[in-house]
Design a protein around this ligand. Structure first.
Ligand code: SAH
Length: 465
């Protein structure tokens, strides 16, 4: 097979990035935007010895899983969604299989055991307008006009769109106000190539339960000229609660700066998950899909199986969301989080909910927990349990081995592992299986419909010796 060859392919599988996989004369090709079941014509773009990458040219026979008119006309171009053209039920099946495959191949759990272990994936009833947060990059189009939207798949080209179908309708109003303000005041968007220009990103958060709105302008500087005009316009929007600026002058693709200042209103918005109230500030992590988050945390609570007497650790706790969700059914909860602002949020969240049995530590989980355990052992001659249940919810790269070893040494009855990357989850699960734990239950939760991402929760328990 050679570059520019035209081939006809039946799409038989889905790759980890949502692309279609098919075979032409025994040669495997990966084709973005092709849906499993499609028969297509494609053009080879890159040919390796045993496989290649091709571009979708024409759909000859559409798959039964192909959506005829995707809700967003930009779905194919935009990097935000990868599989919007695939019917939602099939998306869920794909995600569940992805998790199962990782637990099997990387986690080393036998297929037969997984049949028993895995509960069916939890999907959404209405998988649109679900995101409570979006970070919109600002830049210039080919004609030099200021635009905002989302990055295209692999590049930082901005696909202009103020009305993403996964986001809330108010995003559009806010972005139009910012674009209008920039035009009127001759304020340039940031240019990644030269490092010039002012407005880099606009972060918008929306409290689904409270209808409160947060806008945080990420700027290549500390001041925005004529900012009061912008504030005046934004304040007219119903629900506007917090307007902040986060200066970020470094030449990186990290979105947020490392601090923020209030321009108007409060430094946070408030939202609820179940009956727990949370204050969320611009730099803190907060799950993006509140409808699914309630189901996710409910599942964590269910797997943790608390009776009220347990000591629970919530590692990578963010603003204390899981900690506080569990606190009502535990004796004591300890949260550990690396971002100082998030720890502050966690502490005030405990306070505003009247929760007194949750304590938060600032630092790396892989340092805080070993330190705590060492001191605990020094102080307590008789061995009492210092952890009955440990919850971990790390970022994509998963847990540090030092942390996993410490958890195993502490010997909690149960470990509940929450993860947005089932590959690193499976790696860590395998490690814990070697340290005296076994997987009891696992379940995928679709926090991110139309993207290829999926959240997974695994319950492990200590093997009785
Ligand atoms: N459980 C929370 C947050 C999960 S996201 C929730 O559901 O909302 C992962 C969190 O881990 C982020 O808040 C991030 O700041 C934090 N984090 C990243 N590396 C860390 C580390 N080494 N130690 C502790 N926290 C860390």
């Amino acid at each position: 097979m050679q570059k520019n060859d035209l081939i006809t392919v039946v799409i038989e599988d889905i790759g980890a990035n949502g692309e279609g996989i098919g075979k032409a004369d025994g040669y495997t090709v990966f084709i973005k935007d092709a849906v499993i079941g499609d028969v297509i014509e494609a053009k080879i773009m890159k040919a390796k010895k045993n496989y290649g990458y091709a571009k979708l040219i024409k759909i000859i026979t559409p798959s039964e899983y192909r959506i005829k008119n995707p809700v967003c006309p930009l779905a194919r171009k935009c990097g935000g969604c990868q599989i919007q053209e695939m019917e939602y039920g099939r998306q869920l099946q794909f995600k569940e299989e992805k998790v199962r495959g990782n637990l099997m191949r990387i986690g080393g759990i036998p297929k037969e055991d997984l049949e028993e272990i895995m509960d069916p994936i939890i999907g959404m009833e209405h998988p649109f307008a679900y995101r409570n947060k979006a970070q919109f990059p600002f830049g210039s189009d080919k004609e030099g006009r200021t635009v905002t939207g989302f990055y295209a798949g692999r590049t930082h080209d901005i696909i202009a769109n103020t009305d993403c179908a996964l986001g809330v309708p108010v995003n559009k109003d806010i972005l139009e106000i910012v674009l209008g303000f920039m035009k009127e005041n001759h304020i340039r968007p940031y240019d990644e190539k030269t490092g010039s220009g002012l407005i880099r990103h606009v972060l918008i958060r929306y409290g689904f339960a409270t209808k409160e709105i947060m806008v945080c302008i990420v700027a290549n500087g500390r001041k925005i000229p004529n900012v009061s005009r912008l504030l005046q316009k934004l304040r007219e929007l119903k629900g506007m609660t917090s307007i902040t600026i986060s200066p970020n002058t470094s030449r990186t693709n990290v979105i947020m700066g490392d601090s923020y200042e209030v321009l108007w209103g409060t430094p946070f918005i408030t939202d609820y998950i179940g009956d727990v109230k949370y204050q969320i500030s611009p730099l803190s992590f907060y799950q993006v899909n509140p409808v699914q988050t309630e189901k996710l945390y409910g599942l964590v609570l269910d797997y943790a199986g608390l009776h009220g007497e347990e000591t629970v650790w919530d590692l990578y706790c963010g603003i204390g969301t899981i900690s506080l969700f569990l606190a009502k059914q535990a004796k004591q909860v300890y949260g550990v989080e690396i971002v100082p602002q998030a720890v502050e949020d966690a502490r005030s969240n405990a306070r505003i909910n009247g929760i007194t049995n949750a304590k938060f530590f600032e630092g790396k989980a892989e340092e805080v927990l070993p330190d705590y355990y060492r001191e605990y052992n020094e102080k307590n001659e008789e061995k009492r349990t210092c952890a009955d249940v440990v919850v971990v919810d790390p970022p994509r790269k998963g847990c540090d081995e030092v942390l996993l070893r410490t958890i195993a040494e502490m010997g909690p009855e149960k470990i509940v592992y929450v993860s947005c990357d089932s590959a690193t989850l499976a790696r860590d699960v395998k490690y814990l299986c070697g340290e005296g734990y076994e997987v009891k239950r696992a379940r995928a939760v679709d926090q991110f419909p139309h993207s290829v991402h999926v959240e997974t929760v695994v319950l492990m328990s200590r093997v009785e010796k």
